[in-house]
Design a protein around this ligand. Structure first.
Ligand code: AMP
Length: 440
């Protein structure tokens, strides 16, 4: 056997030694099945439409990158780099990592392809899977999906405001209720170090009661403590001095300008004085959008400004702003009655008896060439009843019945699933009859 089995040594082994135990999706991953895919596709289509209104274009970067990119881009002290990456060596001993986020890869591509030469601000978006070795729970998986955007090339607060307007417009179009945009600041290289020190001084007396992670963070990345999800720590973090009290004049001015622009654009938001976020590259604007239905994992998305990242990765000193939406969580929040995810079949063609298969193939072909969605199961021995059940399961609007009699006479029977109404006609009238029955 090439691979040793992880568990369940008692699983059946076929005579002849072949191992036939069932293999399930790896822990923390899941299949997105056809019944739910329309909601995923709808979200993606709305994202593409909305982002295009603001001049954002799609970029597709590789699923794995050199490990160093994330170590440098996200920061050694972050939870992601310290303990959540899927890192492996390839056959030549290179260290590679499945991307845990996509801002660093997009910044890498921006530098590699010298996109800064093209325009003042490069507006990019991506849709795809990310990988983090986390404890799986509701709304938290090891492979998850993000829809993200990056606007690289300017630190003007108008970029922050416009990109946030685009984000909220996208969510509005999906009719997701009860969203709150929380706006914070991570400070900059002038004011953040002093706040970091003040925070360490404030938290150190409580060291013994902090969770293990926060004790580690206190040494490596104290701002990350503010993000802790452990309730006792959260209560403490809600009391500490907010970074807003420490912002320098330039950061204060930037935040004020972002808010003024947001007000002008009618984008509602609340201030979150302690929202710093965990990744090292954030500077100035930070934000999250929360949705109460998500419970403990209430953050639907997060983002901010990362003015030092491109330079840190060896590029020019250009500023950046972006966000990443958790697509899995977004799909969970969609209202059940949202219109637009139409994936119903138009017709199931039901051949009854062997001689019906040829005419059924021809009829299915004609229907498809006229734009109808058609399924034909080539099982002429199946009863009409089981063909109807199949049409019902597939949510087809019509069943085209081709029995021996129809074949003999060159006719068809078309049945409307909604009310059982049935019409017969000669073959050449099929498309017209379908159209009439669709509209009356
Ligand atoms: P981050 O890249 O950590 O700023 O996360 C941005 C968004 O991605 C979060 O608000 C979540 O919606 C989503 N997300 C992050 N990690 C996970 C995960 N392990 N499982 C599902 N969604 C996640």
């Amino acid at each position: 056997m090439l691979f040793s089995r992880a568990s369940d040594e008692t699983a059946p082994v076929r005579p002849g030694g072949r191992d036939t135990h069932m293999i399930e999706a790896a822990k923390g991953t899941r299949d997105i099945l056809p019944a739910e895919i329309a909601r995923w596709q709808l979200v993606e289509a709305r994202a593409r439409e909305t982002f295009a209104l603001f001049g954002f274009r799609e970029i597709r970067t590789p699923i794995f990158e050199a490990t160093e990119l994330f170590a440098r881009g996200i920061g050694e002290g972050t939870d992601i780099v310290a303990k959540e990456m899927y890192t492996f060596q390839d056959r030549k001993g290179r260290s590679l990592t499945l991307r845990p986020e996509n801002t660093a890869p997009v910044a890498r591509a921006y530098i590699q392809h010298q996109m800064h030469r093209g325009s003042d601000v490069e507006r990019l978006y991506y849709i795809g899977p990310m990988f983090r070795y986390e404890r799986p729970q509701k709304g938290r998986t090891r492979q998850f999906h993000q829809i993200g955007v990056e606007a690289i090339g300017s630190d003007n607060p108008a970029i922050d405001a416009e990109t946030l307007q685009m984000l909220m417009l996208f969510l509005e179009r999906l009719k997701i209720p009860s969203l709150t945009l929380q706006l914070g600041s991570a400070g900059d290289e002038t004011c953040r170090p002093a706040y970091r020190q003040a925070l360490v001084a404030e938290l150190t007396p409580h060291r013994a009661s902090l969770c293990d992670d926060c004790r580690r963070r206190l040494e490596t990345n104290p701002l990350r403590c503010l993000d802790c999800k452990v309730p006792a720590d959260q209560a403490l973090m809600a009391q500490v001095t907010p970074i807003f009290d420490h912002l320098c004049a330039a950061c204060r001015e930037h935040l004020g300008a972002v808010r003024a622009h947001l007000d002008r654009l009618g984008v509602r938001h609340v201030l979150a004085p302690r929202l710093v976020r965990g990744l090292d590259y954030y500077r100035r604007t930070t934000f999250e959008v929360t949705q109460p239905a998500l419970g403990a994992q209430s953050a639907l998305l997060g983002g901010g400004r990362y003015d030092g990242l491109v330079q840190e990765l060896g590029g020019p000193p250009v500023a950046g702003f972006g966000f990443a939406i958790g697509q899995d969580r977004l799909v969970l929040c969609l209202p059940p009655d949202l219109e637009g995810f139409e994936d119903r079949l138009d017709v199931v063609v039901a051949p009854l008896g062997g001689s019906a298969l040829g005419p059924a193939l021809s009829a299915a072909s004609r229907l498809r060439l006229s734009g109808k969605r058609v399924v034909l199961d080539p099982l002429p021995e199946k009863s009409l009843k089981s063909q109807m059940r199949r049409a019902h399961d597939l949510q087809a609007r019509f069943v085209l019945i081709l029995g021996e009699e129809e074949v003999k006479n060159g006719t068809f029977t078309l049945k409307r699933m909604a009310d059982g109404e049935q019409r017969r006609g000669p073959d050449p009238d099929l498309l017209r009859t379908l159209s009439e029955m669709s509209h009356d």
